[in-house]
Design a protein around this ligand. Structure first.
Ligand SMILES: NC(=O)c1ccc[n+]([C@@H]2O[C@H](COP(=O)([O-])OP(=O)(O)OC[C@H]3O[C@@H](n4cnc5c(N)ncnc54)[C@H](OP(=O)(O)O)[C@@H]3O)[C@@H](O)[C@H]2O)c1
Length: 310
């Protein structure tokens, strides 16, 4: 084991990655944190304790050098959809390079964030890409923990926040299909806690990281609607109509609110797991406590990742 406790987190200025970094610092035995990010100029909440390194996915030697001396790599890097010059294929290749660089650098453990129900033969690029990255890690020879969360909730969330935003602002909310497919939301800090716990194990692990409550999508929308005191009428629409409506909203918010793949994944009932939940925070309780801010402001994926943000 290395004497110095050096950790690396991809995306530690992002959503889940920030919670992982906070948990590491709270643990109190971090000598240094290397933040690997696509936005090295973004404001750094960890100050001098964090060394900020831009992604060098296309330079394997530099990437390995960035990871030399690191005890554990936490990888949160991934893209929600192909956009601009970043495709799912490119994101998979980037993570594969990261895994190989970690092995080359002698990293002791690799903690990787995946998704529930990834499958190499999935019809959805997101879930297929996640399965390919898992396979690369498992075959890499590195000691690993793979966490498979469902939809995350927390203050910085995009997906559930924007459902609340839509419910607050529009008279009608379209649910895709019958809405009976399930979602098992998980609190972002519970996943971070689990990731840090599993970093300290030396067992190779693949586990679901899901919350204690399972909702049908209809039930989830009903709960969020109650929380934000929305009056929107819930209507059921086919996925093609839903996508068309979402494109109209995209123009309004200058974002991509939902993709065809996300609608497909949701309706395919793969955002829940069948084993016991490892995370305990209930969305029902959290959403009650944060009802005032839930969906009060739209959260933009494109602002976060494609436009200049400080
Ligand atoms: N959010 C959810 O509800 C959810 C649900 C299930 C699984 N997950 C998984 O959890 C992990 C973390 O998700 P998150 O929501 O916390 O992600 P995030 O903070 O938004 O991003 C994580 C990392 O990916 C990079 N990234 C994201 N989109 C990018 C893009 N379009 N182009 C270039 N880089 C991009 C970020 O770059 P920067 O360093 O430049 O910020 C950051 O390093 C991901 O692997 C995701 O698949 C998330």
């Amino acid at each position: 084991m290395s004497e110095k406790q050096i950790y690396a987190v991809t995306g530690a200025f992002g959503y889940l990655g920030k919670y992982i970094a906070r948990r590491l610092f709270e643990d109190g035995n971090v000598d240094a944190l290397r933040v690997l990010t696509g936005h090295p100029d973004r404001s750094n909440p960890f100050g001098a304790r964090a060394e900020v390194i831009p992604f060098h996915f296309d330079d394997p030697q530099q990437l390995a050098a960035d990871l030399r001396g690191v005890k554990v790599v936490f990888n949160t890097y991934w893209v929600r959809f192909s956009h601009g010059d970043i495709s799912f294929g490119q994101a998979v290749a980037n993570v594969q390079n990261l895994i190989r660089a970690a092995a080359e650098a002698g990293v002791e453990r690799f903690v990787h964030i995946s998704i529930t129900n990834p499958r190499i033969d999935s019809p959805f690029s997101y879930f297929r890409g996640k399965a390919v990255m898992e396979k690369t890690l498992i075959e890499s020879g590195l000691s690993y923990a793979i966490l498979r969360p469902t939809v995350l909730f927390g203050k910085e969330d995009i997906l559930l926040n924007n459902i609340a935003w839509l419910l607050r602002r529009f008279p009608v909310y379209p649910v895709f299909g019958d809405g009976e497919y399930r979602v098992q939301p998980v609190y972002v800090d519970d996943v971070a806690k689990l990731a840090v716990e599993l970093a300290h194990s030396d067992e190779d692990i693949v586990c679901n990281a899901v919350g204690p409550e399972t909702y049908s999508f209809n039930g989830l929308i009903k709960l969020i609607k109650e929380r934000v005191h929305a009056r929107a009428k819930i209507v059921h629409v086919g996925p093609a109509t839903g996508l068309l409506l979402s494109k109209a909203i995209n123009r309004l918010v200058r974002d991509v609110i939902v993709t065809r793949e996300e609608i497909g994944g949701l309706m395919a009932d793969i955002l829940s797991a069948h084993d016991g939940p490892l995370c305990s925070t209930r969305f029902s309780g959290w959403s009650e406590k944060h009802a005032g801010s839930l969906g009060a402001v739209y959260a933009s994926e494109l602002d976060r990742h494609y436009r200049v943000v400080s």
